[in-house]
Design a protein. Sequence first.
Length: 130
Amino acid sequence: MSATNFILTAILVLALIIDPGAGNTFTVDPSTVSLVLVAAAMDAKGIEPLVVSIKEAARMVAVSRAQFYKWVRDKRFTLIKVTDRRSAILVSELKDYIAERTAASKLKAAAPPAPIAAAPAPERPPPAPS
């Protein structure tokens, strides 16, 4: 990513995270700005992030945010407190989850098909008395 693209990306992202305040003023959470700028710089250098937001984590594993929050409650993933107001998920846990699911899918695909049980023979009526 060129320096110009980096600056334009940073400006666009900052514009997206600005919350309208009272009247004509705007407030920006400094922790959000710093996290966004660090993420943009890491992306520009090709450095992989160590943590991602819940929204991003859910997108990465193709589930809804609600489902991902259930997984966090069920202790499937660890929620890391990044700042007082921000939490994140370890990318390494997401990679482990994908690796487990991939291995399970391969095992299931490689297993021979289960034999089909024969249908029970129909019962014959008792012979009629003669």
